[in-house]
Design a protein around this ligand. Structure first.
Ligand code: ZN
Ligand code: FE
Length: 254
């Protein structure tokens, strides 16, 4: 079983430390910064085994080189991002795995936000580290990937076990939720979820992690096959990729 620690950095980024008690191995997912990571490692007495990057954007890789210098960790990222991830030691592809002790982290390719985006999934620990692909009640914007790719990637994540915890890289929940409500104003679970979210944010507490089950009920980007989403967009019965593309466009201009 893996221990997960969430560090809040910059405006709204989350860095995750993942630790295996038995072997003592530790990974950090998407270190936007170095110091908070080093401080936490110090505090816990953990040594860093891996940096795991989900994609090449600076707010996910900025700490790579310094962490390599100050610890003896290896940097893992998508093979496709070899040229654009600083300090990369090991390139991985869809279906590959990284081990922390005996804990398997499965690599799943989720292109869309970027063409090389990957996520790390632990079935045993029921945890998904999904970077900027899936957010609470939202999803990443399209940079150098396509809407069709992001739609397929989200379909893959949607099919994970419902109890899977969703550890995304940003606290975008409240704004995402307001957009979601504009698309599905009558979604009762979404209304309830937003009450909880507003309460948490008023107390400056994180709304992350979510779960796949909650996202299925509230995230419009997981719900492009639902009549209420299609109705709002004026796309009843349309092909889901078309609905998704329109939804993503609306969010961009919202
Ligand atoms: Zn990004
Ligand atoms: Fe980001």
């Amino acid at each position: 079983m893996l221990t997960v620690i969430q560090l809040k950095v910059l405006e709204d980024n989350y860095i995750y430390l993942i630790h295996d008690e038995v072997s003592g191995e530790t990974a950090v997912v998407d270190p936007a910064l170095t110091q908070p990571v080093l401080d936490e490692l110090d505090k816990k007495g953990w040594r860093l085994t891996y940096v795991l990057n989900t994609h090449h954007h600076w707010d996910h890789v900025e700490g790579n080189l310094e962490l390599k210098n100050k610890t003896d960790c290896k940097v893992v990222a998508a093979h496709a991002d070899w040229e654009r991830v600083p300090g990369i030691d090991q390139g991985v592809n869809d279906g590959d795995a990284i081990f922390l002790g005996e804990n398997k982290l499965q690599v799943i390719a989720t292109p869309g936000h970027t063409s090389g985006h990957i996520v790390y999934y632990s079935a045993d620990s029921e945890a998904l580290f999904c970077g900027d692909t899936l957010f609470v009640m939202g999803c990443g914007r399209l940079f150098d990937g396509t809407a069709e790719q992001l739609y397929q990637s989200l379909q893959t994540l949607k099919a994970l076990p419902p109890e899977t915890r969703v550890y995304c890289a940003h606290e975008y929940t409240e704004a995402n939720g307001r957009f979601a409500l504009s698309i599905e104003p009558d979604n009762k679970q979404l209304q309830d979820k937003m009450l909880t979210v507003r309460q948490l944010r008023a107390e400056q507490k994180p709304t992350v992690p979510s779960t796949i089950e909650l996202e299925r009920a509230t995230n419009p980007f997981f719900r492009v096959d639902s009549l209420s989403v299609q109705q709002t967009l004026g796309l009843l019965g349309e092909n889901p990729v078309r609905v998704f593309t329109e939804l993503r466009k609306r969010k961009d201009n919202w």
